[in-house]
Design a protein around this ligand. Sequence first.
Ligand SMILES: [Cu+2]
Length: 66
Amino acid sequence: MPTIKVKGMSCQHCVASVTKALTDIEGIFDVKVDLEAGEATYNENNPVTMETIKDAISRIGFEVVS
Ligand SMILES: [Cu+2]
């Protein structure tokens, strides 16, 4: 189950936005976002590149950090 660090989340609205952005990616499901930790975990049923993840997150104004 991949885990990514997401920079810039400050409230539950951010959590909801990030959750939706990830869930909307084809192949990704079971997204969980931890506001305190600034992390998101997800499952994928076909391989999704980190580039796709980063694009989806930056499009909504947050940043994936490694
Ligand atoms: Cu927020």
